[in-house]
Write a protein that binds this ligand. Sequence first.
Ligand code: PEP
Ligand code: MN
Length: 366
Amino acid sequence: MQDYPKLNISTFASWSPSGDNPLIIAGPCAAESKEQVNNTARRLVENGGVHIFRAGLWKPRTSPNSFTGVGRVGLKWLKSVKKTYSIPIATEVMSAKQLLLAVDSDIDYVWIGARTSVNPYSMDEIAAAMENIDIPVFIKNPLTPDLSAWIGAIERINNAGINKIAVVHRGFQSVYSAPLRNEPIWNIPIKLKCLYPSMPIICDPSHITGNTKFIANIVNKAISLDVSGFMIEVHENPSAALTDEKQQLTPTELSVLLKKIDGFVSNSLSLHAQISNDEEYTQIDHLRALIDSFDENIIKTLSQRFEATKEIGEIKKKLNISALQVTRWQEVMKNRLEEGKKLGLSEQFTTNLMELIHDEALKSQE
Ligand code: PEP
Ligand code: MN
């Protein structure tokens, strides 16, 4: 088992402006003009339910010809939002210089984006600049599905003396993400939560989905996993947005979503309260016992399967034939997909599972 670092994380309720309730961070993907920032913030504050206003000032883009953000001039607009509407503000920083500019402009929270957390060199630079600064930091998952890289980014910020840390799950770049923009790979944030139970996890359904029509679905899933809040992109006029136009909600659409979130959360809180004597909970206990025994069987069966592949490996060596036998592998995959389909397993799941098993089998035959 891999060794993970010890982290020193403050309890979320001790610093979150939402206290014990889910934290809602909302605002445009990018600050585009003073008016757009101000109008979006005004409407969010009027509607209520948002604890932190967000806007990106420096936007790393795929093409150098795309809008790359307004830069430091936007700091003034955010400061004015903070003063006019008494709402804390957050922006993304990608370098030590941007961090210092943000802190100088009284930004209350910063987040580190996926393109930065993936890069240990940038993380070192930002962490070094944080040594003398005390600001709560939201750390997005790296672009790649690599839990160790995410933990490495968190550890660097924590080592710089920052304890007010929350992570943001925004999905991972993947060829399997469609129809979503990024693949959620929920087991990565779940594993992070198991390793660090006090780590608040904020879900960013905007970047996971890339499209507003899937947001509610991802929000439901995140609530069932007991996340600590959401970061959601909202634009006063999404279709005219200069970045991420398909994934930004209008302020009104956000209000509708927040009502749903409230409903779900109070429901799940009252469910927790009845935990011991509810009939449904007894049922969950039974089902969990069943799952434990299924898992035990899966592990045993896999171990027996690998014993068999190892033996085949010895024979292949004697016969001097390669471990990978393409025709046999194609046949196995085809049959398993057919069997899986009959039993209601998705093609994607069976493919992933069989590829994982086959990789391990080949390793044992090297
Ligand atoms: C953002 O929040 O605007 C952003 C760029 O996010 P990510 O780093 O998750 O792509
Ligand atoms: Mn965005």
